[in-house]
Design a protein around this ligand. Structure first.
Ligand SMILES: [Zn+2]
Ligand SMILES: [Zn+2]
Length: 669
């Protein structure tokens, strides 16, 4: 109970913290969006206004960056000043304009602000002043004598009215009370100035300290989290949108009232056209500056985050939280907006550009969702869980990931003529479809393997074939996208950000992709070569062992590979193991020793053709073709011959083999 209360109050404090920082963003946005109006006021006027704008932005930034405690203090002081000023203004107004005995006051807005009769008016004003005085005292935490003095000063002009002092005396009293309060306020502020200075200095020193110890990146991250910037930006954008929506609706209503005859003015509901107009206007003005684009990104971030969570929940992923989608989607949106100069476009163009960016963003998000579903799909296929309730959601998501891009590109091709943007979206869509096909095929291969039961020697090769085809296609798409980007850059819109993004794309999607693909290929090739260098046991030798493969726990049906440490494994099982590490899974001895100085070769009988390594049937030819590229070819051949020749021997020969191998181990170590 207490814990929930504490959590609730903490949440309320956090909400208040965010809400209090939002006005600063509004001020900064307002200053950046306002234009220099009267240009005729000369050079000095312009300089003064510029200075004022810079000061305004600086002050807003400082308040935005304050710590929570300092922020609350600042707002308390600010509120106290507002309350005091309101009290003084009411006093001044009452003295100058109110006649307490025949008051009947209508403001410009049409509300009847003050009561009609004198007595209630008097009481009403007294109550308001009393409340303001108490608020002022409370906010500034004044002591008893000072508090009484403040209330007296605030109420004095009213008493002057009640006892019907002559006009000039009343004005004098009001002026005196106002001056007194102003003096008090100034005194209070002056008293707090050193405190404010010290807290600012403290924050500055703290920041400098953190910068020196942790560096800029951590400092920025910490500040980002401390002031809850995404929340602030989101609240800023949503409030701005809501305010604009209200204003627009009000204007629309007013125009309708003027336009239509009074008879059908009761139409009430807005037509679809008006709704579309209002919405598109709102969207256009929702990204009219860098700050609003940031706010929009923050909103997209939370949407993407919840979308990611829903999908993880739906496909039953074991990951508790999704952090990537909520981070990548807004960053991508922001970069796209910067790259296309979204906020500086004309309104009509901006809407078009925004919808194009959104299409690109959608395809990117779909790619990410594929990245989320693929591990789940793979783990399901590997675990051989028969439950349909686990497989079905993942397969449904995969189907959706295949169909959505198809529908999207079909729709877009029907609507637009080909340009670089449409080309990029289509390429993204096709790439996604291919990726989905690859992962579903691999999934099906594994599932078939599960049903099949026995050891499927070629499975690994098939999986690798499908995957590498997918990777090669992905690489080609990366190159095509790069060419598309280069074309856009040269002939349509070149910018520094686009150039940076192209470099990043070239590095991550082309260079890294190619490097990883090549590494995997080399890895597999060398693993295949290592396997082929091991002697093969079959027939009688294998029956004598009477064991199962220690990797898959299945019996040796056809043949097995023998490691130097006399352990038996299926060739495909051992090969998979060798992709990961070079030692025997049972005893951790090196399976394969490289870089040995070739000893004077003893005359050896060539291995009988029937005993030729079976697993190397497919891999032999490429291995032979690529032998010039590998430095350690000689030792591979040597091993192959040596083990091929000796594996046929009996028990004594095997022991001898083992000893010799151990000796060699020690030598090479
Ligand atoms: Zn096995
Ligand atoms: Zn071993």
């Amino acid at each position: 109970m207490a814990a929930t209360q504490a959590r609730l109050s903490q949440r309320a404090l956090a909400g208040l913290d965010v809400a209090l920082r939002v006005p600063c963003v509004f001020i900064i946005d307002g200053i950046f969006n306002s234009y220099y109006d009267s240009p005729g006021s000369g050079w000095g006027g312009t300089a003064g206004r510029t200075l004022l704008r810079v000061l305004g932005v600086l002050a807003a930034c400082v308040v935005l960056l304050l710590s929570q405690k300092a922020l609350f203090k600042f707002y308390t002081l600010f509120l106290a000043v507002v309350v005091g000023a309101a009290g003084v203004l009411i006093n001044y107004h009452a003295t100058a304009h109110l006649d307490l005995y025949s008051a009947y006051y209508k403001t410009a807005l049409g509300f009847r602000l003050l009561p009609r009769s004198g007595l209630t008016l008097w009481l009403g004003v007294a109550a308001v002043q009393m409340a303001l005085g108490v608020g002022y005292i409370f906010l500034l935490k004044l002591h008893s004598v000072l508090a009484a003095l403040v209330v007296v000063a605030l109420m004095a002009p009213l008493w002057g009215l009640v006892v019907e002092l002559p006009g000039e005396a009343r004005q004098l009293v009001a002026l005196g009370s106002g001056l007194l309060l102003a003096l008090h306020m100034a005194g209070c502020l002056a008293l707090r100035l050193p405190c404010c200075y010290y807290s600012c200095r403290y924050v500055y020193l703290l920041l400098r300290h953190m910068y020196r110890i942790y560096g800029l990146q951590l400092l920025l991250e910490d500040t980002w989290k401390r002031i809850r910037l995404p929340h602030v930006l989101r609240l800023f954008w949503l409030t701005r949108l809501a305010a604009q929506a209200l204003i627009l609706l009000y204007v629309v209503q007013a125009v309708r009232k003027e336009d239509t005859a009074p008879a059908d003015a009761q139409g009430g509901l807005l037509s679809g056209e008006v709704v579309w107009e209002v919405t598109s206007n709102l969207i256009i003005s929702g990204c009219d500056s860098t700050l609003t684009v940031l706010g929009m990104s923050a909103v997209i971030s939370s949407l993407a985050h919840y979308l990611g969570l829903c999908i993880l929940l739906f496909i039953g992923s074991t990951e508790e939280e999704d952090k990537r989608l909520g981070f990548v989607a807004p960053v991508l949106f922001f970069i796209l907006a910067l790259q296309t100069g979204l906020s500086s476009l004309e309104p009509d163009e901006r809407l078009v550009r925004l919808s194009r960016n959104m299409c690109l963003l959608l395809t990117a998000i779909l790619h990410f969702i594929h990245g989320m579903t693929e591990p789940v799909l793979m783990s399901l296929s590997a675990s051989h869980t028969p439950s349909y309730r686990r497989h079905l959601p993942v397969l449904l998501v995969s189907l959706a990931l295949f169909l959505l891009p198809v529908v999207l590109s079909y729709f877009l091709w029907n609507q637009y003529v080909l340009n670089t943007w449409l080309f990029a979206v289509t390429a993204f869509c096709v790439e996604l479809c291919l990726k989905v096909l690859v992962s579903v095929t691999v999934y099906l291969l594994f599932m078939v393997d599960g049903v099949y039961g026995a050891l499927w020697e070629k499975l690994d090769d098939y999986v690798y074939g499908v995957r590498s085809t997918g990777s090669v296609l992905e690489f080609l798409f990366g190159v095509v996208m790069f060419a598309n980007g280069a074309y856009t850059m040269v002939f349509e819109a070149g910018s520094k950000i686009r150039a940076c993004m192209m470099c990043l794309h070239a590095y991550f999607n082309i260079y890294l992709q190619a490097r990883n693909g090549w590494r995997t290929f080399v890895h597999r090739r060398s693993a295949a070569q290592k396997i082929n260098s091991l002697p093969e046991a079959s027939g009688a030798a294998l029956r004598a062992v009477q064991d199962v493969c220690a990797i898959c726990y299945q019996e040796f049906s056809g043949s097995a590979r023998v490691t130097p440490c006399r352990h038996y494994f299926h060739a495909p099982c051992l090969r998979k193991w060798l992709y990961i590490q070079d030692s025997c899974p049972m005893c951790h001895q090196r399976v394969y020793v490289e870089e040995r100085p070739a000893p004077p070769a003893p005359p050896q009988a060539p291995p009988p053709p029937g005993e030729e390594p079976a697993g190397g049937g497919g891999a032999e030819q490429p291995a032979a073709a690529q032998q010039e590229e590998i430095g350690d070819n000689d030792s591979i051949e040597y091993d192959e011959e040596e083990w091929g020749a000796r594996s046929g021997g009996g028990g004594a020969a095997q022991e001898e083999q083992e000893e010799q191998y151990l000796d060699e181990q020690e030598e090479s170590d």
